[in-house]
Ligand binder design. Sequence first.
Ligand code: BGC
Length: 730
Amino acid sequence: MKYFSLVTMLILGGQVLAAKPPVPVYKDKNAPVESRVEDLLKRMTLEEKIEQLNQQTVGDNNNPNNNGYKKPTFPAGIGSLIYFSADPAFRNTVQKRAMEETRLGIPILFGYDVIHGFRTIYPISLAQGCSWNPELVEEACAVAAKETKLSGIDWTFSPMIDVARDPRWGRVSEGYGEDPYTNAMFGVASVKGYQGKKLNEQYSIAACLKHYIGYGMSEGGRDYHYADISAQSLWETYMVPYEAGVKAGAATLMSGFNDISGIPASANPYTLTEVLKGRWKHDGFVVSDWGSVEQLMAQGVAKDRKEAGLKAFMAGVEMDMVDDIYGQNLKQLIDEKKVPMTKIDDAVKRILRIKFRLGLFDNPYTPIVAERYLQPESKAVAAKLATESMVLLKNKSKVLPLGSNIKSIALVGPLAKDQADLIGNWSAQGDPKDAETIIDGFNKEFAQKAQINYAKGTEIDGTDESGIAEAVAAAQKSDVVVVCLGEKKTWSGENTSRSNISLPAIQEKLVAELKKTGKPIVLVLANGRPLELVRLEPMADAIVEMWQPGVAGGTALASIISGRVNPSGKLDITFPLTTGQIPTYYDMRQSARPNSGKYQDIPTDPLYWFGHGLSYTDFTYAPISLSAAQIHKNQKLVATVEVSNTGGVTGKETALWYIASHASSISRPMKELKHFEKKEIAAGGKYVYKFEIDPMRDLSFPDADGKKHLESGDFVIMAGNQKIKFELVD
Ligand code: BGC
C-alpha cells in the first residue's frame, strides 16, 4: 500500500508536470503575428475585447485644447493611454499592472503627440517641406523616435499630411504645405523615420497619419469647421498623401474632426472602410481624434453618445480616443444586435496586430537610460534641417550675404532674443531654454568680423512703441539692419485661426521707422504660416523666412546671413499678397477667361508662389531633353535637364518637375508637381536631373471614386524655366 501510494504520487507528480499548460501561442515570440493575434482573440471575453478599443488619458496634456479631461484612475487593462509625464518609470508601473494584474496580460500602447521632435525640437513640418530633403526629414523623425521610445512611448500622432491651402488655418504649420505630392513624400519620409525598417526595432515607434481626411479644407480657415470637398477634390488632392502613407506601412490613422460634405470624417464608412480597409488593405487601426466620436452629436448626425459610438465604430474607427463612448456603449449595442461580433473581433485584431508588431508583448517595459535627449548627433540633424528649411525670399541688389565690408549689424526685433517662439508650436517635451537664440547665433558667426548692436524695438504684439527709438539708434550706428519679426508660437497649431495673416501693426511700424535710416533692411521672419507681407516687403532689401526652426535656429540663420551656407529652401506653400487672395495655390485649375476675372484693387498674383526660393548663386536650366517625343501608355519616358551653377558659389538646387495636360475629359490643374530632386552643384559645375515618367503613376488622374484614368493626348513637362511637350498614344 505504502509502495503503491508512492508510485501513485510519482505518477501523479509526473502527470502534474506533464499537464503543465504549454506557453500559449500568443505569448510565443517565435510564432507568427497573425497566429498570436488569433490565439489571443480566442481567449478574450467581450469585456476584455471592448477594453482594447479604448484610449484613456492621465492628463499632463501638452495640447491646451484638450485639457479638463484628466482621469486620475483607469482600469489595469486598457487598449491605450494618451499623455503622461513622459517618464519611463511611470510607464513601467502602469504597464506592470496591465501585464501582471489582468487575466491575459495584454500590454498597453502608450501614445503621445510628437510633432516636430520630442525634446530635440527641429523645424515645424511646414518648414521641413521647404527643405525638399525627405531623407533629412526621415533622419529627424528617427531622432524623435529614439527620444520618444526611451521616454516610454510607442506611438506618435504624426505625421499630419492634410493638404492645406488656407494659411488662416493655424494647422498649416503642422503639415507640408499646399501640394498633395509634397505631403505624400514628406509623410512617407516621416513614417519611415518613426517606424524604422520594422516596428519592433529598438527605437521604432508607430506612426499615425492624420487627420483622415480633408481637415485642411476647414471652411474659412476656421478650425473644426465643415469641409466642403467634392468627390473629385477628395481623390485628386486630399487622398494622395494618405494613399502613399498607407502604402509606406503607416501602422495607424486618425479620423478627423471635420465634416466632409455632410458625412463627418469620424463616421464616414466610405473613407474609413471602403477605401482604407477595402481598397488599400490597411490592416492596422484607426483612432478617433480627441473627442471626435462624441462630437458627432455637435455635428448633428447622432442624437446621443450611444448613437455617436455606433456610427463611428460601424464606419471603421477602431479606437475611441478618451470619450469612453465605446467603453460605455458597445456591449449594449452588441446585445441589441446593432454591432456584430465580427466587427468587434476585426477591430480588436487590428489593435492587437500593431501591439504584436511593435513587440510590446515581448518587451513591454522601457529601459531607464540617463542620456536620452539632445545628444550632439541629434542636435546636428536639427541644425541641418533648420538650415535647409530656411527660404531666401528676396535679395535686392544682393544685399545678402553680408560681406567683409559689413563691420556692424543692428540686430533688432522681438524675435532676436526669443527662445519660446522659435521652438514653435506643439513641441512635445521641448524646452524653450534649449533653443539657440538668433543673437547667440550671430555672436558666434560674426565674432571678430562685425559688431552686433542689439535692440528689441517692440514686442511681437501690442501698442508699446517705447523701444523703437533704441532700435533706430542701433540701426544708425550700423552698416545693415537685420530685423527679426514673426508670430508667437501660440498663433499656430490647433484652434489658432487668424482672419488676417499680416504681422501686427507694431512690427510693421518698427520696420517703417528703421527704413527711414536709409540702411539696408534684412527682414527675418519666424512664423508658422505664410504671412501677408504687402506692406513689409517693399521696405525690405532682403527677406529670409526662417520659420519656427526649433532648437538650432540661431546658427542656421546666421550661417545663411553670413554666406557660410548658401540658402537652399523653396516654399512648399504660396504666400498670398493679401489675405483677401485666399485661396491661392499653384495647382489651381485654369479660369475660363485667363486674362480676365482679376481683382480690381490688388494684383491677382500672390507675392511668392509655391516653389519660390533664391540662392546666392545662379542656376541655369538647359532645355529639357526627352527620350522620345511620343510614348505609348505602357512605355516609360525619361526627361532630363542639365542645370549649371553659373554663379560664384556652390549651392543646392531642387529641380521641381511638373506635368500639365490641357485637354482631357475633365479639366485638370494647370500643373502638378510629380517629382523633385535636390542636389549640390559646385560653382561652375553642372548636374543632369532626371525624371523617369511612369504614365499610369504620373499622367493619369483619378475620377470622383478614385479610379485612375490614363488618357492619350498632349502633355507638357516643366522644370525650372523650361518646358517641353510630348504625346501619349494608346
Ligand atoms: C488634435 C490631434 C491630436 C490629438 C491628441 C487633437 O485635438 O486634433 O492632432 O493628435 O488632439 O492630442
